[in-house]
Design a protein around this ligand. Sequence first.
Ligand code: C2E
Ligand code: CA
Ligand code: CA
Length: 656
Amino acid sequence: MSLVPIVALGFILARVIQAQVVSRALSDADQSAQLIARIGIQPRLTPHDLRYGLSAAGVRSLDDQLRARSVTQDLARIKIWNTKDQVIYSDDHGLIGRTLAPSDDLLNALAGRPNDAEVVTPSPHTETASEVGLGQLVEVYVPLRFAATGPPAGVFEIYLSYRPIAAALTRNKRMIALLVAIGLALLWSILYRIVARASRRLRQQADLNDRLARYDQLTGLPNRTLFIEGIEDAVAHSKRRPGTFAVLLIDLDRFTEINNTLGTANGDLVLCEIAHRLRSSVQDDALVGRLAGDGYAVLVHGAQGIPDALSAAAAIQASFEPTIVLDDVEVSVEASIGIAVMGEHADAPNALLQRADTALAHARSRHSPIEVYSPELDQFDAPRLTLLSEVRGALGRGEFILEYQPQIELPGGRIIGVEALVRWHHPEHGVLAPPRFIPLIEQTALIGPLTLALIDQALGQLVTWRKLGIDVQMSVNLSARNLIDAELPQQVAEILERHRVAPDRLVVEVTESAAMDDPHRAVAVLAALRDSGIGVSVDDFGTGNASIEYLAKLPASEIKIDRSFITDILDDPRSEAIVRSTIDLARNLGLTVVAEGIETAAVLRHLTALGCDIAQGYYISRPQPPERLTAMLSGSSESRSSLSSTSSATPKLTRV
Ligand code: C2E
Ligand code: CA
Ligand code: CA
């Protein structure tokens, strides 16, 4: 296709050059006519000859001159005119002495304005009848002057043969065609090269983009997309030629802590080092990828299934053993590995990944380095999946109902708040506790609508109590997934407004680990909630791995010490120390301290002595349906005296 314009260009170029050559040839002809006239003939003429005509001797002399051909070789015909339109000489002697009707060209030349040389083909109808039969001629009029100025005394009408010009033109034409062709071929090859180079560069860029989209930029390892393609390939391959492979998912422990304490730049170094160790600890044909954050994956080929996968996992764990030194700090990296084997645990790429993920989750929760998938571990087994499929309907049917557990002020014992805890009133399975369904729903987007519905329910209850003259603070629990929902603060604000409840009546509880899943987004969501006046409580405090610096960055208003420390505070000095220092820390950060899981009077007394602000637990009250709590809440001023005294052995208010 690119040749078409080039050929068209060549055609035009050839035409233009051709025209140039013709005009050049004509101007050459013009000059030789001038030469013939001025040098060859004019010296033999006098003004007298022109006025009165040539003598016979004069005519002869001119004939001789023309015959000599020294100057006049291309001359075909010649006439010499005087100003009275009379031919005073012509090589055609029959014309000499005749007066003829002048042509326009002749008149112009007589006026001193000769035209450019012209190619003519004389026909019998024109006055140049004597030229007829000579073929194409070049016609030139040359004014004849004896003085430098003034009008011409006559005109030479000269006809040169066109044949030499035509021959030269044909020669030139071939030359031009050849040159143009060579030039254009050259041009085309240059253009072709430029275009080829540009398109090669574009292709390279496209390859690079493709590569960037499929490789993790930090470590250079294949990303999730490419890794999944790798599994797909391996599945396709193993179906054609039975062989087995395993998918290993690897998750670093406490990576967030490394990031938070040593900075993200060091965190990146750790991720790269881990990538390097992974690569060098597995066989060359293994596929190593980074799927997300601190999550890696390895596809191991092996004939023996689980045993091969286990030995690969062991080699990976061994490669993590040497500490990584960063800024003189020795960082020890530990990881959990989950394994699923093709054919044994699943046959499809997604199912394999999911099963490996299940095994990994199990490894993490048990703090074990390596777990192989087994159906008992499966979070996605049939009964659970059914439960999950029922959630949406259950939401619509109002099967999620809150119970409330009171929180009392220390010292004093006045009920100042309640924590809303959800129960699923399932038509078949009866009342389900949150650990049965919350972790499931948390894995889906349904946790958003559920949380909002529960906040709505809790605030509705708050309004009911307010109408009875009961004023308490309402704590609700948020999930990790709620914390990455940037719209949550606005949605909560709308619910508050709808119920006309002041933001400071609401507290959201989030666990340390939930806030650390995606610290940046979590902090943004929590800060927005806190800014609007809502309380933020760090739940299960002490169980996560959050660093003090990170905690200080959390926009919290309250810390809730985890139940495990409270339960054995009297028996385990370490628990006691943790509670004591948490209370200190909260004091320093200006936060309220809540102790939950108080099951005995002794524990309550001890916590009061340590300076804890708020208490919650079965000893004070179990979580209850709202109706059963109403009486207790309206009587809370009464119960204050009974719980306030830390010395009283048994408070009057006991478990309901
Ligand atoms: P959590 O936020 O730590 O809630 C406290 C849990 O401890 C509740 O269990 C409560 O019944 C229990 N508890 C309270 N006092 C005592 C005590 O003295 N001794 C003992 N052994 N336990 C006590 P529950 O209601 O089964 O809730 C379990 C978890 O489920 C909650 O832990 C919370 O993480 C989650 N959860 C509950 N309701 C919701 C909710 O509405 N949304 C979300 N996202 N999570 C919820
Ligand atoms: Ca809670
Ligand atoms: Ca808790």
